[in-house]
Design a protein around this ligand. Sequence first.
Ligand code: HEC
Length: 150
Amino acid sequence: MILFTRLFNKLPFAGTILVPLLFFACKTHPPAPTVDEVMPAAYQKLTNPFIQDAAAIAAGEKIFMANCVSCHGIHADGNGPAAMALPVKPANFLDQSVLPKHTNAYLFWRISEGKPGTAMPKWKGAMDEKERWQVVSYLRKLESDHQNHK
Ligand code: HEC
């Protein structure tokens, strides 16, 4: 802070010029999507071998409770304890504009590789493929439960 004040005192115009410039730059140039934003072909063709499989859904729920609730919240509404501190909020899986628009392949890809520019970690190293599909099955179960309760 002291350093900044000194700098601003020495360069009286620095603040008036730089601050609006920075603001402008942030507003007009959102981070460019990385190459990773395009789902690789290898993922695109994948299908969930465990869809609507009760055992897989139960296993997926355990995985979700152990690994995902800190950010996505115990109710999967994006309100986990860590969410507050994150600039990009964790996905709210109860929001009807999230899960219904995604394919299983997309969900598997995001869980496997993370989401660049957000805190969403990649789980590829921590979970095997079966476990990642089990979480996808659990997310689909949440989606259909929520739709049925509407
Ligand atoms: C450290 C916090 C954190 C943890 C832990 C975390 N996530 Fe995320 N997740 C995020 C954030 C932030 C996003 C980005 C939200 C967005 O893009 O709308 C995200 C996005 C996602 C997306 C993509 C949503 C979309 O619409 O693109 C999926 C799927 C997902 N998370 C599933 C999971 C699963 C399953 C787990 C547990 C295995 C998990 N996440 C753990 C923070 C986290």
